[in-house]
Write a protein that binds this ligand. Sequence first.
Ligand code: CA
Length: 217
Amino acid sequence: MRLLVAEDEPDILRSLALALRDEGYAVDTAATGTDALYKALETEYDALIVDLMLPELDGFSILATLRTRKNTPVLLLTARDSTADRVRGLDAGADDYLVKPFDLPELLARVRALLRRSSGNPRPILEAGSVLIDPASRKVTLHGNEIPLTAREYALVEYLVRNKGTVVSRTALYEHLFDESEDSLSNLLDVHVSNIRKKLGHDFIVTRRGHGYSFES
Ligand code: CA
């Protein structure tokens, strides 16, 4: 899952990005509203975390343009507990909001809830045959036994299972699993897929030659 965090206070931006990367998300950052809108339109993010008050373009203006083109879930961060701002933000197309200062565990839980709702599967535990995936703890079990996965392997498994039944292209996987600062080495994906098959079974991920990968339960 790839997120964009738009925040103009450098300390908050840095610590948020760090905390989200620790959770296994690919994270891009923007420090101005203009940059945030540009990136949000150019990249298929799984969710956006947008500070309401940003230089150049505020959160309301970002939403106004974004919502004419995209459904990307948006969590708004508001600096003060102003009902008027929250109502305006939600009516402009935000999906949720959080008042600053917020506790990190709450932000992480709200992001998980947004991703759950937008994937069309509201259940907190994802089922993939005998494999169970818990996005809150990022634990994966096979026949009840916990299977250790690297952060990237976990992200790949979760993404494919959330999109089960559809063929996910390699391009889409690169877009959703790697952030803007990473080099996309074309063979890396195959290495992760091969490692996942060793851990979860050879049939867990189906290769669609020339198209990408899919998970079929
Ligand atoms: Ca701000």
